[in-house]
Design a protein around this ligand. Structure first.
Ligand code: BES
Ligand code: ZN
Ligand code: ZN
Length: 463
C-alpha cells in the first residue's frame, strides 16, 4: 500500500466514507442493502465508487477499526486508487489503514495482495503539523509491522543468530550503536541463568545491545526484551496444545528492536538503549533441569523448579547486564511474553504493567492506552513476594502457589534490579496481546506488534 497526503481532489477508483449512523448520501441504496452505519458494517457501492463503513463512536480506536475494516474489504478487490477525505485525526486514519492492511503471507505460495493500493488522504491544506503527523504515523506503523513479521516468522527461520542479524540491519539503517555477544561473552561475564536456558538448543544464544545516542539527550531510557525464539518449555515440557504459538515468545525482544527503529527514525532527543536476550529453550541431554541452581550475573542464586519459567531467567541476566554496562539510567522497562497467568488475569488484549513505583506504572498505563494499547496495573504485594522464596537458593524461579503468577514473575525480576533503580523500573507483560489466534480490531490473527506504540508514546513524553 502506498499512502500519500494531498490537497488535490483526485479521481480515485473508490472513495472510503465513514458513516456515523446518520446516512447523508445514497440513502435508498444503502437502506436496500440493510446498511445502517453500525460498527463493523460495510457497504461497497461499486457503481457510485463508494465504500461506506459504519463507525458509531468518535474515539481514535473506533476510527482506526473502521478504516481497517475498509482497507481489508478492498484488499481482495481490483480497485487500485483509493481516496479518503480527512478533516481531522490524520494520525489515527493512517494507523487504522497501515495496521489494518497488514497480513503475513510469506509462506503462502499464492500471495493475497492482488494489486498494490494507492491511497490518497485528501486534506484542505497541508499544514506542517499534518506532515509531521503523517511521517510519525508512518514510522511507527512500519515498526509495528516489522515486529509482526519477526514474530510471525517460524522458529526454523528465526533463531537467535537471525535475530542478531535483524538487529544489525536496523542499526545500520539508522546509525545506531550495535553490539552482539555470543556464549563466550556470557560465560566470561558469568551470565549463568541465560546460558542455562540456551544450553540444549543447537542455536546458540545472542545478547544484543543497540543504542540511540543523540547529542544533548535529555534522559536515558533502557529497554530490555525477552527474545525466546522458541519456548518448548524445556524439560518441564509444554503440553502439545500449549507449545503451538510459542514462536511468539520472542515478542518482547522483537518489540525492543522495533522501538529502536522508530525512536531513531523519529530522531527523539532521548538516549535509548535496547537490549535483547535471544535464546531458544529446548530439551536434550544437555538441557538445564528442574533442581538445578543457577548463578545470575549479579551473583544471586536461583533454584530452578520449572524450566518453562525460562523468560525470567534470561531477563534476570539481561537486566543485570543493562545496569552494569549503562551508567545513570533514568528509566528501565522490560517487555516480555512472561506468563500465561497474565493472560488469565487481564485477558488477551491487555498488557500487564508491574513494578515498585506506581507513579511510573500509572504513567505507562496512561501512555499505553493513549497509544492504542490496552494496559492494566497489576500491583505487587509483600505476601506474593514470599511465594518465590527458596530453601536452598536466594530465590526460586516459580512461586509456591499458582495464584498471582504474573505478579510473582514480576517480583522475581525485581531481585535483579539494583537498589538505586528500584523506583525507576517497570515490567511489561505482553503475553496476551503480543499474539492472538484470531483477528481483533485492526490487529490481524497472529502477531500484533504489542509494546511498540506503548513505548514510543511513553518515550516521547520525556521530550
Ligand atoms: N512463554 C511463556 C508464557 C506465555 C504463555 C506466553 C502463554 C504467551 C502465552 C513462559 O515462558 C511460561 O511458560 N511461563 C509459565 C510459567 C510457569 C511455569 C510458572 C506459564 O505461564 O505457565
Ligand atoms: Zn516458558
Ligand atoms: Zn517463555
Amino acid at each position: 500500500m502506498q499512502l500519500e497526503l494531498t490537497t488535490e481532489k483526485i479521481k480515485a477508483d473508490i472513495e472510503i466514507i465513514l458513516v456515523n449512523k446518520k446516512i447523508k448520501e445514497d440513502t435508498t441504496l444503502l437502506e436496500n442493502l440493510g446498511f445502517k452505519g453500525e460498527d463493523d458494517e460495510i457497504a461497497l457501492l461499486a457503481e457510485s465508487k463508494k465504500l461506506y463503513v459504519g463507525c458509531t463512536q468518535n474515539d481514535a480506536e473506533s476510527i482506526k477499526i473502521a478504516y481497517s475494516n475498509a482497507i481489508r474489504k478492498l484488499k481482495t478487490t481490483k480497485f487500485k486508487t483509493i481516496a479518503i477525505k480527512v478533516e481531522k485525526d490524520l494520525k489515527t486514519v493512517v494507523e487504522g489503514l497501515m495496521l489494518g492492511e497488514y497480513s503475513f503471507d510469506f509462506y503462502k505460495s499464492k500471495k493475497e495482495k492482488e494489486v498494490e493500493k494507492e491511497v490518497s488522504l485528501v486534506v484542505d491544506k497541508i499544514t506542517k503539523q499534518d506532515m509531521l503527523d503523517f511521517e510519525e504515523a508512518n514510522i511507527i506503523c512500519n515498526a509495528v509491522n516489522t515486529v509482526r513479521d519477526f514474530v510471525n516468522t517460524t522458529p526454523e527461520d528465526f533463531y537467535p543468530e537471525v535475530m542478531a542479524k535483524k538487529a544489525k540491519a536496523i542499526a545500520k539503517e539508522n546509525n545506531l550503536e550495535c553490539k552482539v555477544y555470543d556464549e563466550r561473552y556470557l560465560e566470561k561475564n558469568k551470565m549463568g541463568a541465560m546460558l542455562a536456558v540456551s544450553r540444549a538448543s543447537r542455536h546458540k544464544p545472542r545478547l544484543i545491545h543497540l543504542a540511540h545516542k543523540p547529542k544533548n539527550a535529555k534522559k536515558k531510557i533502557v529497554l530490555v526484551g525477552k527474545g525466546l525464539t522458541y519456548d518448548s518449555g524445556g524439560l518441564s515440557l509444554k503440553p502439545a496444545d500449549y507449545m503451538v504459538t510459542m514462536k511468539s515468545d520472542k515478542s518482547g525482544g522483537s518489540a525492543v528492536l522495533g522501538i529502536m527503529d522508530a525512536v531513531a527514525k523519529l530522531n527523539l532527543p532521548i538516549e535509548v538503549h535496547g537490549i535483547v536476550g535471544a535464546v531458544e529453550n529446548m530439551i536434550g541431554g544437555d538441557a538445564y533441569k528442574p533442581d538445578d541452581v543457577l548463578y545470575a550475573k549479579n551473583g544471586k542464586t536461583i533454584e530452578v523448579r520449572n524450566t518453562d519459567a525460562e523468560g525470567r531467567l534470561v531477563l534476570a541476566d539481561c537486566l543485570c547486564y543493562a545496569q552494569d554496562e549503562i551508567k545513570d539510567i533514568d528509566c528501565i522497562l522490560d517487555f516480555a511474553t512472561l506468563t500465561g497467568a497474565c493472560v488469565v488475569g487481564v485477558g488477551e488484549y491487555t498488557n500487564g504493567i508491574m513494578g515498585n513505583n506506581d507513579t511510573l506504572n500509572n504513567k505507562i498505563v496512561k501512555h499505553s492506552i493513549a497509544s492504542g494499547e490496552n494496559a492494566a496495573l497489576l500491583p505487587f504485594n509483600r505476601y506474593l513476594k514470599k511465594l518465590i522464596k527458596s530453601d536452598i537458593a536466594d530465590v526460586c524461579n516459580v512461586a509456591s502457589s499458582r495464584y498471582g503468577g504474573a505478579i510473582t514473575a514480576g517480583m522475581f525480576l525485581e531481585n535483579f534490579i539494583e537498589k538505586k533503580y528500584k523506583q525507576k523500573w517497570s515490567h511489561i507483560d505482553i503475553a496476551g496481546p503480543a499474539y492472538v489466534e484470531s483477528s481483533w480490531g485492526y490487529n490481524p490473527k497472529g502477531a500484533s506488534g504489542a509494546g511498540v506504540r506503548l513505548a514510543v508514546e511513553f518515550i516521547k513524553s520525556f521530550k
